[in-house]
Ligand binder design. Structure first.
Ligand SMILES: Cc1cc2nc3c(=O)[nH]c(=O)nc-3n(C[C@H](O)[C@H](O)[C@H](O)COP(=O)(O)O)c2cc1C
Length: 269
C-alpha cells in the first residue's frame, strides 16, 4: 500500500500534512506510517509520493522514479489563448490522426481528476475513421426510425429543421468526425455526473493544443441511452453508463479570430 523508505525519509512530514484522508500519521519512531486499519481509506491519489522531497514514498506499488519530474507550464497568456481560441469543430479532414498524436491524447486521460479519486472511468476511443461508419449508419437508421414512428416529434419537436439532412442520410450527429471518445462511468461512482465531463474537458483542451479539432456531442449521450446497438459497440463494463461524448479529428476549417462572448451573470462577493 504505502511504504516509506526509512533510509531516505527526512521525517519532514510533508506527506503526512498533504494526506487528504489522514491515513498517513507519524509513528513512534518519527517516520510516517499507515495503520493497517486505515489502509482501506487511502484514495491512492499519490500526493504523498509527489510531495516527498527525497522520493522516499512508494504508493500502491508506484515508486518516485516512475513519476516524471516537474516540467514547465504554459504561460497564463498561452492558456488564455487556448481557452478563447478553442472552437467546436464541425468540419473535418477525412483522414485519421497520426499514431503519436492519438497516443498522446489517450495517455493524457489518466490524469483526469475524479471525485474521491475513483479510477474506474472507462473510455471507448474510436481510433480509425472507418470504425466511425458503424456509429454513423446506426445513428441515421435510428433517427429515421424515430421520425417514422412519430417518437421524434415527442422528444424533439424542432426536428423538422433537420428533416432533409436526416432523410438524405447526412451525419448531423457525429459531424463526419473521424474519431470519437466516449467517457463511461460506473453508475455507483460518487461523482458519476461530473467525472466524464471533466475528463473530456481536459482531453478537449489537450487536443486543441495539438491542433486537433473537437466537438462535444451532447445528442450522442442520449442516443447511446436509447439505441442498444450503439451502446453495445462501446464495450463498456456491466453497471456502467455513458457520461460524455467528444468528437475529434483534423479540422478542415480555420478561424481568423477569437469570438467575443458576453460575460455570464455573476455576483461578486
Ligand atoms: C454539453 C454540451 C453539449 C453539446 N452538444 C453538441 C452537439 O450535440 N452537437 C454539436 O454540434 N455541438 C454541441 N455542443 C457544442 C456547442 O454548441 C458549442 O460549444 C457552442 O455553440 C459554442 O461554440 P464554441 O464551442 O465554438 O465556442 C455542445 C456543447 C456542450 C458544452
Amino acid at each position: 500500500m504505502i511504504h516509506i523508505d526509512e533510509t531516505k525519509c527526512l521525517k519532514c512530514k510533508a506527506c503526512v500534512n498533504d494526506c487528504i484522508v489522514k491515513v498517513l500519521t507519524v509513528g513512534d519512531n518519527g517516520f510516517p506510517h499507515v495503520r493497517p486499519e486505515d489502509e482501506r481509506f487511502c484514495l491512492n491519489c499519490q500526493h504523498c509520493l509527489a510531495v516527498c522531497p527525497v522520493g522516499a514514498v512508494e504508493c500502491h506499488g508506484v515508486i518516485a522514479e516512475q513519476a516524471a519530474a516537474i516540467g514547465p507550464l504554459p504561460s497564463s497568456s498561452e492558456m488564455m489563448n487556448l481557452i478563447c481560441q478553442r472552437r467546436s469543430i464541425r468540419q473535418y479532414k477525412q483522414e485519421d490522426l497520426d499514431t503519436e498524436t492519438m497516443d498522446t491524447l489517450v495517455k493524457s486521460l489518466a490524469w483526469t481528476p475524479t471525485g474521491c479519486n475513483d479510477h474506474r472511468l472507462f473510455f471507448t476511443i474510436v481510433r480509425h475513421r472507418k470504425e466511425m461508419d458503424f456509429f454513423r449508419e446506426k445513428m441515421v437508421k435510428s433517427l429515421q426510425f424515430l421520425i417514422k414512428t412519430g417518437i421524434m416529434r415527442l422528444v424533439y419537436p424542432n426536428f423538422k429543421r433537420y428533416m432533409d439532412e436526416i432523410m438524405g442520410r447526412e451525419d448531423i450527429i457525429f459531424r463526419n468526425a473521424p474519431h470519437m471518445v466516449v467517457a463511461c462511468t460506473p453508475k455507483n461512482a460518487p461523482c458519476k455526473e461530473a467525472d466524464p465531463w471533466i475528463a473530456l474537458s481536459y482531453f478537449d483542451l489537450m487536443a486543441q493544443s495539438l491542433g486537433v479539432g473537437t466537438c462535444w456531442c451532447g445528442f450522442a449521450v442520449y442516443a447511446f441511452k436509447w439505441v442498444k446497438a450503439l451502446r453495445e459497440r462501446l464495450g463498456m463494463p456491466k453497471g456502467y453508463k455513458v457520461g460524455a461524448v467528444l468528437l475529434f479529428g483534423k479540422p478542415a476549417v480555420e478561424y481568423k479570430r477569437q469570438t467575443a462572448p458576453k460575460p455570464f451573470q455573476m455576483k461578486m462577493l
